[in-house]
Design a protein around this ligand. Sequence first.
Ligand SMILES: [Zn+2]
Length: 325
Amino acid sequence: MKNATVAIGIDLGGTTFAVGALDCDGKLLACNSYDTPASDQASDICDAIADAIRATVRAAGARLSQVAGFGIGIPGRADPPAGAIVVCPNLHALDGVRIVAELKRRIPSIRRGFVANDAEAAALAELRYGAAREVENLLLLTLGTGIGGGIAMDNRVIRGPRYIIGEVSHMVLDPSSKRRCGCGNFGCFETLAGKQAIIDMALHGLQEGRCSLIAELAGNDPSKVTPELIAEAARAGDELALEVYGRAGNWIGIAICSMIVLCDPDLVVLGGGIAAAGDILFEPVRRTVAQRSRISGFDPANIVPAELGNDAGVYGAAALVWEHT
Ligand SMILES: [Zn+2]
């Protein structure tokens, strides 16, 4: 590679982070995963990210002088104009850190950097390079421990003046729920369809004495029950497992119905570990949307899986650079 420039994308997580180099045509030239330092010092984490950026540039066959900039997607709330992290619930060492300035100080030849929430980055990735590349209006949900939301309108990902758009994990869907959320509220979306909610529904069924393949697959060890294991049981036809995904899918469908009338998407894209369950989740989601969103005329067939999988965060973070070029 001679004069072509690359954008660096960093997908930061609480336990691991990934760094990739993307060319301006959206080709991923190199990508690697690293352990996030288990340190309460922000400088340790920034040092590790800077080292990984240098390694990624080398692996892409590029020089630092060819780097157009970097983008970083964070699992929390970002302040993009300040290049700062406001709060990262799973990585508190970085709360309040001006991450863009910290990384630029470590690699002075990189002059531009951008920070965004990770769901925003994933939405940008799917919009530019993934499932939504043919449309301009997108609703993306990343279904995991929490539930992230990304919205694109008129071909741009929007976040709002206080960068709140997409914090859908804490939409109250069931005000009568006794399930308390980490945010202090009751009945939030993530307490009904997030990772722990799915596990708890299965464990509750087992505690009631339901006979299920879930117990067998987990070796009768409740701590081994995961959404992936429940999905495996569901695919084998297990009644309890299908019921769990049916209930989670119904809540996701209800949330999507509300969001459709707010943002009028062409496409709804579902990503994250829980969406990997496939049809056993998508079918109840689409069924609920078919039943409850007649007014919008939205075709439930336009609820589709994300295409970029685990790389979405890297693609989207790097794409932030090209959005600003
Ligand atoms: Zn909440």
